[in-house]
Write a protein that binds this ligand. Structure first.
Ligand SMILES: CSC[C@H]1O[C@@H](n2cnc3c(O)ncnc32)[C@H](O)[C@@H]1O
Ligand SMILES: [Zn+2]
Length: 432
């Protein structure tokens, strides 16, 4: 057994209390052996956490990591225009190599901001999976299906690809990669394809993840065409099961909140993307009160425009108060839970908790910063004050991915260089 000890840190426990302790990890099993005093002993490797907070690694519940290549490509438009006029034409030019380098760029940012696990919907998923395997993170990946604008054969091919990817990659990278069947949304995938393929996804034993109720423009056509609210329609098509999770859920009514709570389907709230695209304010406090599992996600870097879960936590708390017109709504504890254990539960990964027997996924945050002084309340600091640049070390599955801000599993300068070239070449191709 090889061991790693994270020593002298302030450890954030599952009940959100903080204790000065070491954390001892079995690196082969990727598991926490013990949390307690004086565990450095003869550990094979140590990580200094003095004057630092040791937290569960952050979980990003909804991302399109390769879209890092499109950061700043198109801003200041609402969802529909942004996708139709800018993003989809650019994505039409993306090669598998572009997706690989865009993923590596995004993974660098995830590691540097303390994220150890994420859920991702995109295409050229084998490239995303290869990047995840090498970078050392944990992920739930899927191929996003869009059937609108395609003939029947092309549409069925797309849905079949999502199913095949889900089957083939589940358990890849020594179990760090799991998968889901991923229809893009309830308006971009026709009901006939849901009826045909959802039962197959259930047979494959994978969850289903999709964008839902993101804008009023997305709700209206379903109400008009089917005479039902989108999540009633989703339930009728077998898309609201306890293992499933939806992104956004901005425009949900009371009945839909009740459906989510009854079904146990997770909601991944994406406040930065919702604000930037002016999609609306999700009723997060109402969903929490109804018992919905609420996680947090960044969405892609083209609509955020970063992948920091610390930023997302702050945005969620701030926007949640504004939406509820109540300063006590969406408190610090709720967002810290949502970015760790809540998210892990929502996307079906065993992560987000720092205790014996749990997966060894951590972020170590430097507290010796003016904006983190004084140390009244670590949960408050995580929700409101800490930033990506405060993350010192990141560990996933017992492996040190970043030590003292040096990423060990990706060559940062080389990835940036390749990303610059790929982005330049992509822009030129789109402009041709
Ligand atoms: C078919 S792969 C995933 C697909 O989703 C697009 N996308 C990125 N952000 C959003 C969003 O906020 N709502 C809906 N769709 C989004 C992305 O560009 C890919 O095409
Ligand atoms: Zn999205």
């Amino acid at each position: 057994m090889t061991t790693l000890a994270i020593i002298d840190g302030q450890v954030l426990r599952p009940d959100l209390t903080v204790a000065t302790a070491d954390v001892l990890v079995d690196q082969e099993r990727g598991e926490i052996l013990e949390v307690g005093p004086d565990l450095a002993g003869d550990a094979d490797e140590t990580l200094d956490a003095a004057d630092s907070l040791v937290t569960p690694g952050f979980v990003n519940g909804h991302c399109h990591v390769a879209m890092s290549l499109l950061r700043g490509y198109a801003d200041d438009k609402p969802l529909e225009a942004w996708l139709q006029e800018d993003i989809w034409p650019a994505e039409g030019e993306l090669t598998p190599d572009d997706v690989r380098v865009g993923s590596e760029l995004g993974l660098l940012e995830l590691i540097k901001s303390g994220t150890t696990a994420f859920a991702d919907m995109y295409f050229h998923v084998p490239e995303v999976a290869a990047a995840v395997e090498d970078a050392g993170l944990r992920a739930r990946l899927g191929h996003g299906i869009v059937t609108v604008g395609k003939d029947g054969e092309a549409a069925r091919d797309d849905a079949r690809t999502s199913l095949e990817i889900a089957r083939e990659y589940d358990g890849a990278a020594d179990g760090r990669i799991s998968t889901a069947f991923m229809p893009h949304s309830l308006t971009t995938v026709g009901s006939e394809y849901l009826e045909e393929f959802v039962p197959e996804a259930r047979n494959a034993g994978v969850p289903i993840h999709y964008h839902a109720n993101e804008t009023t423009d997305e709700v209206a056509p379903i109400v008009e065409e089917h005479g039902q609210r989108p999540l009633e329609y989703a339930a009728e098509h077998g898309l609201l099961e306890p293992e499933d999770f939806v992104a956004h859920a901005v425009h949900v009514d009371d009945r839909e909140i009740e459906l989510l709570a009854e079904a146990g389907t997770g909601v991944i709230h994406c406040p930065a993307s919702n604000m930037k695209l002016a999609s609306g304010m999700a009723p997060v406090q109402r969903m929490l009160e109804a018992g919905v599992t609420v996680g947090l996600g960044t969405d892609g870097a083209a609509s955020n425009n970063d992948l920091s879960m610390l930023d997302e936590a702050r945005d969620a708390a701030m926007l949640g108060k504004l939406a509820a017109d109540d300063a006590s709504a969406v408190p610090a504890e709720a967002v810290v839970d949502a970015m760790t254990r809540g998210n892990a539960n929502a996307i079906g990964l065993d992560s987000g908790r720092l205790e014996e027997g749990a997966p060894a996924d951590f972020a170590v945050i430097d507290l010796e910063k003016p904006h983190l002084t004084p140390p009244h309340d670590m949960v408050s600091h995580l929700a409101y004050a800490a930033a990506a640049a405060d993350v010192r070390h990141t560990v996933c599955d017992g492996r040190v991915l970043m030590r003292d801000r040096e990423v060990l599993t990706l060559e940062e300068a080389a990835v940036r260089e390749r990303a610059l070239e790929a982005a330049e070449s992509l822009s030129a191709r789109v402009d041709e």
